[in-house]
Ligand binder design. Sequence first.
Ligand code: HEM
Length: 368
Amino acid sequence: MRETSPVRYDHDRDSWDVFRYEDVYRVLSDHETFSSNRDALHPGKAESASLIDMDPPQHTKYRNIVSRAFTPKRVADLAPRIEQITAELLDKIAGKGEAQLIKDVAGPLPVIVIAEILGIPAKDRHLFKEWSDKLVESAAVQNTEADQALMMEKNRVSQELYAYFTEQLAARRANPGDDLLSVLLAAEVEGERLNEQQLLSFCLLLLVAGNETTTNLITNAIRAFAEQPELQTRLRENPGLMPGAVEEALRYYSPVASIPSRFATKEAELGGQLIKKGDQVVAWVGSANRDEAKFPHPDQFIVDRKPNNHLAFGWGPHFCLGAPLARLEGQIALQAILKRLANIRLQAGSELQPVTSTVVFAVQELPI
Ligand code: HEM
């Protein structure tokens, strides 16, 4: 596609697909031409309450507020706890000789971390997992009858989640703690705070954006290590290479295959095609990350690839807010898995089933 039709119109989905690094980079960087707000061309519509659908300057203000909850120090302070949670999960499979990586480790880890960051009691964590799975499932809906059902399910789950967080927020207002909800309630920029609706949308966004993506980063990396055992040897011998290996895993098997939500605010030329005002544009970051014009030997997993300016966390104003946390979780989990599980291989006879989605690049389970 990058060679023959780098920018093409998909008539079934009524949107443009953009495959080359250079073009994906432009779509994500140029928010004045490629808006994140579906309603940007409909003046009078209410401003979006969710960070991910906003454009600057509204986005800048809101992002500055929520960034208070994701400072480098707050993220770095989580390391010992992430190590402990990972160790507990690995203890449960120790000595068994086999594991279902997603069910046993990569699935629960980010959910527990996010729930703890938000100060959610352990007894409610299973709700989190259920909500985040349902929300992610419905994030890539198209216009079919099955999708209508998913949308209804998404609305139901969102209502449940909003009701739950409304209670949690009220409790923190009465009794603030050190958790992320309390920090968000108190955070202000230029005298402005988030209103209740914005707070609730942000909690929902964290679940959608932060759980399955991190699960898939860990799983996709272990998949690559199982497919290419020499990577395991190299990383076991040189643990200092792990941060680079996480970056390469993000590039090689990007957990987010495409970012579907950009809308042209004006006519624009892209890769020789004329994008009309109002058209939807899908940025294929998974393809951009394998672009031979940007990355030498793009189909090789090069642990110490430098430079490695992949777009797995997006780019521009919406660059993933949780990237430092995802990187930290990825590095800790992969290091611990390599240390505890010798000689990781896919279970004999297992066939990997891809997750059916155009947004997510992942397998349904990784039996190792
Ligand atoms: C945004 C990927 C983990 C929170 C994004 C975007 C991508 C992405 C591609 C850009 C979306 C756009 O441009 O429309 C990933 C990947 C992750 C990951 C691959 C794991 C490997 C996380 C985590 C959190 C998080 C752990 C939080 C706990 C967010 C938020 C945004 C975002 C809040 C919206 C930022 C904004 O609109 O300004 N992520 N993400 N992500 N991510 Fe992540």
